[in-house]
Design a protein around this ligand. Structure first.
Ligand code: PNS
Length: 161
């Protein structure tokens, strides 16, 4: 059985992430989407909310599960008996960071391969950070993030009023 993990901070999940998940789900028997805290980024959403938004957004995929993990990605992958780490790649600007992480993960766990899936061209410009920025200025984010994210965002804002 081929098992893959798809890690990220998913703060929040975007339509670009969903596209990578849908395509990876066709390549592997099981895909575990894993929410990690990213020490270098300030989070907008709690980890519980991130997991919930992903679960709601990928309900149609029967071989995909969602988990949260605080620790090394390779330790999580080993615990899941995953042979593959899936990462999405948008542009050359992603490459340096992703390449270093892939090599470090290979050093830590030689038996696990990192597989890159190129983003679809319609999502090339899309990132969680940019979505947060434009939404903060009142832009419409329909089509950029899945509907559960918009719903959660509105609920959180209503609670803060
Ligand atoms: O969506 P992001 O923020 O680019 O995801 C980065 C993430 C979570 C994949 C990366 O920070 C990670 O793998 N974190 C887990 C801790 C770890 O294993 N760090 C060493 C990576 S070489």
């Amino acid at each position: 059985m081929k098992i893959a993990v798809y890690p990220g901070s998913f703060d929040p999940i975007t339509c670009g992430h969903v596209d990578i998940i849908e395509r990876a789900a066709q390549l592997y028997d099981q895909l575990v989407v894993t929410v990690f805290p990213n020490v270098s980024k300030n989070g907008r959403f709690s980890h519980e909310d991130r997991v919930e938004m992903i679960e709601e957004s990928i309900k149609h995929l029967t071989n995909v599960s969602v988990e949260r993990f605080d620790g090394l990605l390779v330790d999580f992958a080993k615990a899941k008996k995953a042979q593959v780490i899936v990462k999405g790649l948008r542009a050359v600007s992603d490459f340096d960071y992703e390449f270093k992480m892939a090599l470090m993960n290979k050093k830590l766990a030689p038996g696990i391969e990192t597989v890159f899936i190129m983003t679809s061209s319609r999502h090339l410009y899309l990132s969680s950070s940019l979505v947060k920025e434009v939404y903060g200025y009142g832009a419409c984010i329909e089509g950029l993030v899945p509907p559960p994210v918009i719903k959660k965002w509105k609920t959180l804002e209503d609670c803060q009023k």
